[in-house]
Ligand binder design. Structure first.
Ligand code: ATP
Length: 259
């Protein structure tokens, strides 16, 4: 379980996260919603070690993980997906997956001289794992395509795939549906549900698409102005006066999204 206690992240005098407290239950797919500028991404970045908190505490299974850098969290199984970096666009989808697991023997010079067989074995195992992940995500046909040339939605699947190359326990997904067509969004949703049910992944999902949130997430946490406003099922959240107020305050576009 992840607990976030009275977390603050300020930028100068601006309180992007302003005393947020919440719990993420193991085995859940927790949705994080809220109007633009509510502080969702900043909260993610603080939990995932990308940004230092101004104050507050984050624990994972009782252990204080506040301010740990992403690579330390990675080793504990806490991952935040990132866009495929531009420089990896010229590598194939399979190669992008094979890059993920840390501590490959091939990285160490000593091993390149004395452990050629071990490296070959490792590479074969990695390749098999990458192919298994591509198949799970229904994108085996893209294995040899350059990552920079697949569609936006397929890139999102690949980003999700990278979390499957390691033993992820909890995965943070930031707007995985942005700019993705309905069919691919459904494929991404299916993959998230299967990873959750079959492999025990816990997910925290920031998303503006309420159909997607409604299909996947329970509970849903709503943030506004850097604070947690409400938590419950999506129906409870939608009926919550404070949530409606928060979305109304940001204009018609967001109001329509929550209604
Ligand atoms: N590095 C930064 N420096 C200054 N202000 C920042 C910085 N990062 C975020 N902010 C501000 O903090 C507020 C919260 O931003 P954040 O991206 O966390 O919101 P969000 O809920 O994820 O919004 P959205 O749904 O639009 O992505 C915004 O007003 C934003 O302009």
């Amino acid at each position: 379980m992840i607990t976030v206690e009275n977390l603050h992240r300020h930028f100068g005098g601006f309180r992007a996260v302003d005393g947020a407290s919440l719990r993420i239950e193991p085995g859940s797919i927790t949705g994080l919603i809220g109007p633009n500028g509510a502080g969702k991404t900043t909260l993610f970045n603080v939990i995932a070690g990308v940004l230092e908190p101004t104050s507050g505490r984050v624990t994972m299974a009782g252990e204080d993980i506040t301010g740990l850098p992403p690579h330390a969290l990675f080793h504990k199984g806490l991952l935040r997906t990132f866009q495929i970096a531009h420089e990896f666009g010229s590598m194939t989808c399979r190669e992008n997956l094979m890059l993920v697991p840390p501590g490959q023997s091939g990285e160490v010079l000593w091993n390149t001289w004395f452990g050629r067989k071990r490296i070959a074995d490792e590479e074969r195992a990695l390749r098999a794992k990458a192919d298994e992940v591509l198949e799970f995500l229904t994108i085996s046909h893209l294995a040899d395509h350059k990552a920079g040339q697949v569609s936006g939605g397929q890139k999102k699947l690949l980003e999700l795939g990278r979390t499957m190359m390691v033993d992820a326990k909890i995965v943070f997904l930031d707007e995985v549906g942005a700019g993705v067509n309905r069919t691919l969004l459904n494929t991404i949703g299916d993959a998230i549900i299967r990873l959750n049910k079959e492999r025990g992944y816990t997910f925290v999902v920031i998303e503006h698409d309420m159909d997607f949130i409604g299909r996947l997430c329970d509970p849903v946490i709503c943030m506004a102005e850097g604070k947690v406003l409400a938590e419950g099922t999506l129906d409870e959240i939608k009926a919550d006066e404070r949530v409606i107020e928060a979305y109304l305050g940001t204009g018609l576009k967001n109001k329509e999204q929550v209604g």
